[in-house]
Design a protein around this ligand. Structure first.
Ligand SMILES: [Zn+2]
Ligand SMILES: [Zn+2]
Ligand SMILES: [Zn+2]
Length: 365
């Protein structure tokens, strides 16, 4: 077998085995392309999406533009939703985020048909709309299921999670996401609002790997007020075990002290070298100066976010607080690729503010 020679990326020197930009640089360029669009360009692109809506299944065409504008320009999708509904298009469900009351009511009429053939897709679209009316319809459908329910694996209250909310047994709304979103991006400036992956000096009791505070959050920073933390919290994990256990449960206090335990670690060997830990803890990820669109993480670029609506690698997952059993809220989504080269997947961190508990779990394809 001939040994292939790696080709460095012309932008970041990352080694790979194909010509041109690496995946990460390509994605960043695409993000900048949409972020730098003028309002006229945004309007023209939306008009084109509406015009070509039936081609939305092809990634390379209007789908790419739609996701780019949603993630980086926070577009209003009212007219897109109307065009999509006219053509019976229900994917991606975010097409419907700003659907008019009229379109919402037509979706509700469809889901109320006993044998609705696109129940799953329509529940997704309605969950993204997420209005009080949708909430009441979901609650009603959960209590009194229609025949289509037997073709689905889960209840409407689970579908609601895609839109970042659910409801309890009394039909009361439970928020699963924060309404604000900030990004963690490479930047050399000094900014202590969020520190990503700093060494703690401790070692993992399972694998002996160095423990890191995956996030240190200063809740008193103006940008992080929405998290309603009265001080600084630190969230320690074992970076080796975090992706090889069911989840990590972290008990934190606003004075910065924390403890953590891993649930069902399935290995005891440490696969992370000294070098990998160095890389991991030498990042320059900083909290963005301004808020980002709520769907920022859903763009093509693998970026980490605080708050907002995450891009789920697999099905959405909201943990119950191990203390009070209530649903936890999505606090952050950390893209491993930003911290260690050639690592895949995302670490999702959810928290229960009243119990000062966070749960971290990993998903990858
Ligand atoms: Zn690159
Ligand atoms: Zn470990
Ligand atoms: Zn709790």
């Amino acid at each position: 077998m001939t040994k292939r020679t790696p080709i460095p990326c012309p932008e970041c020197a990352r080694e790979k085995y194909f010509e041109g930009l690496c995946y990460a640089c390509n994605s960043r360029k695409l993000r900048l392309h949409y972020e730098l669009m003028t309002q006229e360009q945004v309007a023209a692109t939306i008009a084109n999406i509406i015009d070509q809506i039936e081609t939305i299944e092809d990634w390379d065409k209007v789908y790419k533009d739609f996701i780019g504008l949603l993630a980086y320009q926070d577009i209003n999708t009212k007219e897109i939703a109307k065009a999509a509904f006219r053509k019976n298009i229900f994917h991606p469900p975010t097409l419907y985020r700003n659907a008019s009351d009229e379109i919402q009511d037509q979706l509700i009429a469809l889901i109320k048909q006993p044998n609705c053939s696109s129940a799953s897709a329509i529940l997704n679209c309605l969950s993204i709309i997420g209005s009080k009316k949708v909430q009441d319809v979901f609650f009603e459908l959960e209590k009194n299921p229609l025949p289509w329910r037997k073709n689905l694996y889960v209840d409407p209250s689970f579908y609601a999670g895609l839109g970042g909310w659910t409801f309890n047994n009394d039909g009361e709304r439970v928020a699963l996401q924060y309404k604000e979103c900030y990004a963690l991006l490479e930047d050399e400036r000094t900014d202590n609002a969020v520190k990503v992956s700093t060494v703690t000096g401790a070692h993992c009791t399972v694998c002996n790997c160095a423990v890191v505070n995956i996030l240190t959050l200063d809740g008193t920073d103006e940008r992080l007020r929405f998290l309603e933390l009265s001080g600084t919290i630190q969230l320690p994990i074992c970076p080796n075990c975090a992706s090889m256990c069911e989840k990590t449960i972290i008990q934190y206090q606003v004075n910065g002290t924390s403890t953590f335990e891993m649930i069902d670690p399935f290995v005891t060997e440490n696969y992370l070298s000294e070098e990998a830990i160095q890389k991991l803890t030498n990042n320059h990820l900083r909290l963005s100066l301004t808020p980002k669109p709520i769907y920022y993480a859903c763009g093509n670029d693998d970026v980490s976010t605080i708050g907002g609506s995450p891009e789920w690698v697999q099905d959405w997952q909201y943990e119950n607080c191990p203390n009070c059993q209530k649903k936890m809220k999505l606090l952050a989504a950390i893209s491993w690729d930003q911290l260690m080269e050639y690592t895949e997947g995302t670490l999702y961190i959810e928290n229960c503010n009243s119990c000062s508990i966070a749960v971290a779990f990993h998903q990858q394809t």
